[in-house]
Write a protein that binds this ligand. Sequence first.
Ligand SMILES: [Mg+2]
Length: 290
Amino acid sequence: MLLLVDLDGVVYRGREPVPGVAAVLADRVARGDEVVYVTNNSMHYRADYVTRLTGMGAPVVADRIVSSARATALYLAEHEPPIRRVLVVGGRGLRRELEDVGLVVVDARETAEQLAEREDEAARTGGLPVDPFELAGRPDAVVVGLDPGLTYRTLAFAADAIRAGARFVATNRDPVYPSERGLRPGAGAIVAALEATTGVTPVSIGKPAPFLLEEAARAVGRRAADAVMIGDGLLTDLAAAHAVGARSVLMLTGVTTRAQLEELPASQRPDAVAADAAELALVLDQLGGS
Ligand SMILES: [Mg+2]
């Protein structure tokens, strides 16, 4: 089987591993399954996950970690008409993923600062106003992920590029990002701000859209419809599995309670539910027919 495995709430919760899950996945790989990790998190480079997952005993190589940043890069690399230059609102991990597939990356925050300096100078000297789109080198797309250093100028600059005709691409639309200190605005909150000010709706790559799971399956030469998605989120993991026609296992080790599961209409239910690693091992045996 091809197992597409969500990370936070399934393999770990914040800093803590979910007991036994890494071992279950290692056992599945030993018996011939393939595991690809899929996460909406857009901030990290895929190699950053390897040490952490290896330390937990999970089977992993870098190219089997498909974050929304990596999936966005893979999606753009195949895009028709071709996209070569991207203006990026997001962190270093997102920029690295985009560079890895050969895109020319322009950092929105840095360029917005340059614009502000040039505008100050023009005001002082009576020079001509600066065109933000030209200053960014006429990007083909604006790519938006979670940017903890977001500034108002960055938003204004990215909005200008979208209005000038750059495609608007969201890594994901998660409204909140759970941090150690509580809920923080997620990439989706930044995307919503840009959508509100431009009136343009982006294509979004992460779950619940189908693209992340499609790119993850493609990374191992498979079809997402043939996969089993293992996740803890109803509106993200289960919805994405449904969108690509994959089977799904809902883990009750993360954000979803059994009461929430029971409120789901029959058409949105997962194929199986697991409260812990032992139940996961059991349901995977059933789904795998062994
Ligand atoms: Mg999760």
